[in-house]
Design a protein around this ligand. Structure first.
Ligand SMILES: *Cc1c(COP(=O)(O)O)cnc(C)c1O
Length: 256
């Protein structure tokens, strides 16, 4: 069977593929549709934002990492399958009779040992279950909605300030932007502008790490030189932290 991969929440830009349209193509050609929702899958818990994953119910398999946006203790990864024919057991079952006895006093269908990839490792789903019980669906939804709202706050602040430039309007909580230092402002037309702008993020990163004040990732992407990627996901972040982040970048980069 052919396979197609789609992504819900790409790592750098936080982009969501149009799943319904992709599922239509897969249906027409009999392809297995796998959705990498490692990063964006948690958005399903938000009534407000879950439309970003419309069509995911048509996927054959979905990967989701609750340890990312939901902040479940590392690590907590789920593989969700449409299949009801015990596919995992058929793939991974080893029938190791030195480990997994079938003649026990209870229903051995409840045993996980011979069905999963993990075998003797942590039962990741227990962490998710406990967190869900403790926070409730509404508590988790609130975290997601708050992350979106705070990312929006960051975007609006970036637009207000001289020296900050968005890479694109974010769909998700990845806010990608350049800090344009004083010496490069208004010089977009000058030769080597992109090259020089690309050198800014690594210098600022070194400075923030040495100061011990922040940790923000940066990377190039496609034709774009290095830009910062602020992932607004920590549920304890506030607007004051976002203000600090922008002020600190201005302070660290004022002589560049
Ligand atoms: C984090 C991430 C992964 C990696 O997930 P692992 O469970 O660590 O393998 C894959 N895809 C996307 C889009 C991610 O953001």
């Amino acid at each position: 069977m052919g396979r197609t991969y789609a992504t819900s929440g790409t790592t750098v830009l936080g982009a969501f593929d149009p799943l319904d349209a992709i599922a239509d193509v897969c249906q027409r050609h009999g392809l297995w549709l796998h959705v990498d929702a490692a990063w964006g899958g948690s958005v399903l818990l938000s009534q407000t934002h879950r439309h970003l994953l419309d069509g995911i119910q048509r996927a054959d398999s979905v990967a989701w990492n609750p340890h990312k946006l939901l902040a479940a203790g590392l690590q907590c990864s789920a593989l969700l399958l449409q299949d009801t024919s015990n596919l995992l057991k058929r793939c991974h079952g080893f029938q190791a009779n030195y480990l997994f006895q079938q003649d026990k006093f209870y229903d051995v269908a409840l045993d996980t040992g011979d069905k999963v990839v993990q075998c003797g490792r942590h039962v990741d789903c227990l962490k998710l279950w406990l967190m869900w019980k403790a926070q409730g669906g509404q508590g988790l939804e609130q975290r997601i909605d708050q992350a979106f709202a705070l990312a929006r706050y960051l975007v609006e602040e970036i637009k207000k300030r001289e020296g900050f430039e968005l890479v694109m309007e974010p769909e998700f909580v990845n806010v990608c932007f350049w800090f344009v230092p004083p010496s490069l402002r208004g010089k977009q037309a000058s030769p080597h502008y992109s090259q020089r702008l690309s050198q800014v993020a690594p210098v600022l990163k070194e400075r923030m790490v040495k100061e011990g004040s922040m940790m923000i990732g940066y990377q190039p992407h496609g034709t774009h030189g290095n830009f910062f990627r602020m992932v607004v996901a920590n549920p304890t972040l506030t607007c004051a932290d976002i203000d600090f982040l922008l002020n600190e970048l201005e302070r660290l980069g004022q002589d560049l």
